[in-house]
Design a protein around this ligand. Structure first.
Ligand code: GCO
Length: 255
């Protein structure tokens, strides 16, 4: 039965994986047998993160490139083509947060959040899916959503719009790619203990709100997302398409 979740022989690209949720998912997929490719915008942090995985005997490579830049993404895939690296799994995790009321939000900041959190998923998945379809090998696309894929929170309007878009882009991908045996799904993390959320953790009122708003009465840990990522990356989810699985302590399930 465990072979269902075995990722041996698969290569997974995880965007935004030098830290936080992305790094935890890269480590988890590698532990499940995948060869992982870490990504970030800075070569030094990507190299450091990659080294943390290889020092544990895990199969990991790193490549720093800007996932919002179509040419940089095309160049990365072209290099993997030349190197004979076949990307079987893509985790579109790259994301930023920018907290400001909509009436004060500058267009440039709106665009930066949309580009990083939503458009990059389109750019990267398009390059991967074109190759998966041409090879006839199928594949896995896992987009990282959010509670804000479902419900809005004031002051994170651009992020909410992007994460809502992630849910529907995931369904659009499944509409077009399921026939090619590509399963496109999403994971919707709850409030997770990450660097991005550290200002919220340190805010006593916000911390109390998070703990009172989900029946588990606690923040989640990045490694608690790994099981769902392995499931959606594996043969165990071969007939699952267009879904978003919330890993949120039960937040969205209860009043
Ligand atoms: C915020 C947080 C959230 C979480 C997560 C919740 O400012 O409210 O950053 O956006 O990161 O997305 O699912």
């Amino acid at each position: 039965m465990t072979h269902l979740f075995d990722l041996s022989g698969r290569t997974a690209l995880i965007t935004g994986s030098a830290r936080g949720i992305g790094f935890a998912l890269a480590e988890g997929l590698a532990t499940a047998g995948a060869s992982v490719i870490l990504n970030g915008t800075r070569a030094d942090t990507v190299t450091e993160a990659t080294g943390r995985l290889t020092s544990k005997g895990l199969k990991a490579l790193g490549r720093a490139f800007d996932v919002t830049d179509p040419q940089a993404v095309a160049d990365a895939f072209a290099q993997w083509d030349r190197d004979g690296v076949q990307i079987d799994i893509v985790v579109n995790n790259a994301g930023i947060q920018f907290r400001k009321p909509l009436v004060e939000l500058e267009l440039a900041d709106w665009q930066r959040v949309i580009d990083t959190n939503l458009t990059s998923a389109f750019i990267v998945a398009k390059e991967a899916a074109r190759r998966m379809i041409a090879r006839g090998t199928g594949g896995k696309i896992i987009n990282i959503g959010s509670l804000t894929s479902e419900s809005a929170r004031a002051t994170v309007g651009a992020y909410t719009a992007a994460k809502g878009g992630i849910k529907m882009l995931t369904r659009a991908m499944s509409a077009e790619w399921a026939a090619s045996d590509i399963q496109a799904n999403a994971i919707g993390p709850g409030y997770i203990l990450t660097d991005m959320n550290q200002p919220l953790v340190e805010n006593a009122a916000f911390d109390a709100w998070v703990k009172s708003s989900n029946p588990s009465h606690r923040w989640g840990k990045p490694e608690e997302l790994v099981g769902t990522a392995v499931y959606l990356s594996s043969a165990a989810s071969s007939y699952v398409n267009g879904q978003i699985i919330y890993v949120d302590g039960g937040w969205l399930a209860v009043l």
